[in-house]
Ligand binder design. Structure first.
Ligand code: DON
Length: 577
């Protein structure tokens, strides 16, 4: 049975693209992507597959594949659907990153939010220069200029096979006709509503969201219908842009000019060779791709120290924490928006540099936190709640997409008469050097606030290939825990040969240099009992954290994909013939 309208695939096919690298090596000029006539592509896999955050987006993707769509069509349909059915993190009022592998080539699309034109370095500081608590997290001034709609538009225009209207149809259906609310969604709404009470208009839109009851969003349906009819321009210069700007007037900084000037950017993904695989992952303004490559390579460099060390034993936790200390020292110093700050990407993922950092690991006891400094020195060249889904189609194209409005339900502000939940991504900037954000991570001038600048992210949508074919598609939410979580699952799969679902469900932990010698555990698989005692005996402090991550992963075995959704969330997998 078809869930939505029975549209036929258009004759257009995967675009052939000419990429023009400019001197930075990261920015690619984006020529007009006129779609080329479809090339008859042979299927190279037995099926397409998805791992997504909820069942509605899984149904949407299945429908798109049945209509003849490819992985990019399915990804865009998933993203719009989650904006409706997973409103705590799915979005059109936020931004994100998409890592793609299309026709055997890697691509990366940065549709991260940008600071408004009126933003200033000190906008979250009081007269004494102290950070005003909560100001970058809740309410109108926390909002960055959203990028999701332009991101989806550019991805689908460039690589999609179906008509734009087809990929919007499932989201419009769920917004207009409603969907049944899950227990987890209601719980997250209740928790968020406490933070937003008296500060935002959140309850006007989400006050009557109840578990088991059909929830309709007519304002959002109207916005999505306009985006379906008019494309991204409705959001950035049409009626929706007017409504967002009107909502902000007198409260926040975003104006119509901000929306008109927003553009998603095609960048060169981070690429590195590891263990016989090519790792394709997120470049700045994410810290996650560089972090992930440093973690993987440093662990490989000290392989002798890991010999006979049991997975997730106290010694394993210690060795990983030692590596993480060095990765987070670099993150705080060097990482920011590459359009504003010259990030030394090549140096940070250089094999010799990583080997030098690996040699500093103390295999026996925790290195003194203060002694772990950024590895390239501090004289640098002068400036020049999230969800993930993974998709692969039977032609071997893959999309790894992580997007976010930051905290659950973002800033708690819903743009009037649109139903669009607006992000609080401004909290990902470093409001003041050395002062931690909500994920406890600090930053330097590399990540200070400037108009049009993108805040530093940890989102790391990742694809591993072997011999030019996709092997793994993976990502997760979790703020600064994102790339340490992906790292652990990759270790579980490739170093410990765990089946994918087991690898995704296994215990995870996290260390990020600060607070000193602190190992965070997660509620799904707490660190307790004997293991806790052994880790503490090594000199670490154990600390619980609320959030567990929500990995969505696909692995290709021979020519057959298998998918795994994190048991910590309400994710769903499908393998579609
Ligand atoms: O971009 C980032 O790194 C964060 N804004 C992501 C937030 C996130 O993963 C929230 N999930 N729990």
């Amino acid at each position: 049975m078809k869930l939505f309208h029975n549209a036929k695939p258009s004759v257009s096919g995967l675009a052939l693209v000419a990429l023009i690298s400019v001197s930075s090596g990261f920015l690619e000029a984006t020529p007009a992507f006129a779609k080329e006539p479809a090339k008859a592509q042979p299927a190279i896999l037995t099926a397409s597959a998805i791992a997504v955050a909820d069942k509605y987006s899984a149904d949407a993707a299945e429908q798109i594949f049945k209509e003849g769509g490819n992985a990019v069509d399915a990804a865009v349909a998933i993203a719009f659907t989650l904006a409706v059915t997973y409103p705590e993190a799915g979005n059109i009022g936020g931004g994100g990153f998409m890592t793609l592998y299309v026709d055997g080539k890697p691509y990366f699309l940065d549709y991260r939010e940008r600071a408004p034109l009126a933003a200033t370095k000190t906008m979250y500081l009081d007269d004494k220069g102290e950070v005003i608590k909560g100001m970058s997290l809740f309410g109108y001034r926390a909002v960055g200029v959203p990028g999701t709609v332009d991101g989806m538009w550019q991805a689908q225009r460039r690589f999609g096979k179906l008509k734009w209207k087809q990929v919007l149809a499932p989201a419009i259906h769920y917004a207009r006709d409603g969907f049944e609310v899950s227990e987890q969604l209601q719980q997250r709404r209740d928790d968020a509503a406490k933070d937003f009470a008296g500060k935002t208009n959140f309850d006007t839109y989400f006050g009557n969201l109840k578990q088991g009851v059909n929830f309709k969003q007519p304002d959002l349906a109207a916005v999505l219908q306009r985006i379906s009819d008019q494309g991204a321009k409705d959001f950035y210069s049409g009626k929706t842009a007017d409504l967002i700007a009107a909502s902000m007037r007198g409260h926040g900084l975003i104006t119509k000019a901000d929306l008109q000037q927003y553009k998603a950017v095609w960048r060169q993904p981070i690429q590195a060779d590891w263990n016989g695989y090519r790792v394709i992952t997120a470049p700045p303004p994410s810290s996650g791709g560089i972090g992930l490559v440093q973690l993987l390579k440093m662990k490989a460099d000290i392989a002798p120290d890991f010999k006979d060390v049991t997975l997730n034993s106290a010694q394993y936790v210690h060795l990983i924490a030692e590596i993480e200390k060095r990765v987070f020292a670099d993150r705080a110093q060097y990482l920011g928006d590459p359009d504003f700050y010259k990030v030394p990407v090549a140096q940070l993922i250089d094999d010799a540099y990583i080997a030098k950092r690996a040699a500093e690991v103390n295999p026996n006891t925790p290195s003194d936190t203060k002694s772990v400094q950024p590895g390239l020195g501090t004289t640098m060249p002068e400036k020049a709640e999230t969800t993930h889904f993974s998709v692969i189609d039977k032609w071997g194209n893959a999309v790894s997409n992580t997007y976010t409005i930051n905290g659950y339900f973002g800033s708690g502000v819903v743009a009037d008469r649109t139903g669009i939940v607006l992000n609080d991504e401004m909290d990902d900037f470093s409001a003041k050097p050395g002062v931690a954000n909500q994920f406890g991570v600090v930053g330097s001038d590399a990540n200070s606030i400037d108009p049009k600048k993108r805040p530093l992210s940890s989102m790391s949508p990742t694809i591993l290939t072997k011999d030019g074919k996709v092997s793994l598609v993976i990502g997760t939410p979790g703020g600064s825990r994102i790339f340490t979580s992906i790292f652990q699952v990759i270790n579980n799969v490739y170093d410990f040969n765990m089946p994918l679902q087991e690898a995704v469900g296994a215990m995870r932990f996290h260390h990020q240099l600060l607070p000193p010698n602190t190992i965070f555990w997660e509620p799904y698989k707490p660190i307790d009992g004997e293991l806790a005692k052994q880790i503490e005996a090594k000199g670490y402090v154990l600390k619980g954290q609320d959030f567990s991550g929500d990995i969505q992963a696909i692995k290709v075995n021979g020519d057959t994909p298998e998918a795994a959704a994190d048991p910590r969330g309400r994710g769903v997998t499908r393998v579609i013939q």
